[in-house]
Write a protein that binds this ligand. Structure first.
Ligand code: SF4
Length: 175
């Protein structure tokens, strides 16, 4: 069987800007949202990038045992939900926190999950989702880990249990 593979735009070790703590930030290649003012336009094409197996991605974690979490970003991580779900599950087994950014809202992801079983599989592995497109007019530097004020910090386990978006208002993510 072919190994699950992610098309990567890049990774950043020891990131402190993609969530609380020291994180491995994983940037996926390919995004359908085309938000005006996007900071990562080079991640939009679905061609290019570096095919990376989940096993290779996990090896990047071993580069730094001090990392406490992983953040999936993009690009649009949910366009590669199935292999990222496998990666996220392995991260969780290692006791790491897993967060993801998505241009889709939580509600859109529930809808998308009806066609792509990878989407609910990835949601089930997440602690936190920063959701929604980047809206330039709502951009603020005061938002700690969000680009624009329409984006939400969603507590994913609570949201899946409730069947609606439940926000994470903790100081860790919002302080
Ligand atoms: S969802 Fe993110 S990567 Fe995609 S266009 Fe919007 S800001 Fe850029």
């Amino acid at each position: 069987m072919e190994e699950p593979t992610v098309l990567l735009a890049g990774v950043v070790q020891d990131s402190i800007v993609d969530g609380p703590g020291l994180r491995l930030a994983v940037f996926t290649q390919g995004c359908p949202h085309a938000c005006p003012g996007c900071h990562n336009p080079e991640t939009h094409p679905f061609e290019g990038g570096t095919p990376t197996t989940v096993r290779e991605l996990l090896q990047k974690l071993q580069d730094n045992p001090l990392q406490t979490g992983v953040t999936l970003s993009g690009g649009e991580p949910f366009c590669q939900a199935a292999p990222l779900a496998a990666f996220a599950a392995a991260c969780k087994r290692r006791g790491l926190e897993v967060a993801a950014y998505s241009g889709y809202t939580f509600e859109e992801l529930l809808e998308l999950g009806r066609q792509d079983p990878g989407v609910p599989a990835l949601l089930q592995q997440l602690d936190t989702l920063i959701d929604g497109r980047f809206v330039q007019a709502l951009r603020s530097h005061e938002l700690r880990f969000r680009g624009s004020a329409n984006q939400r910090t969603v507590d994913v386990p609570k949201s899946l249990a409730a069947g609606r978006a439940v926000l994470d208002t903790s100081a860790r993510w919002n302080g």
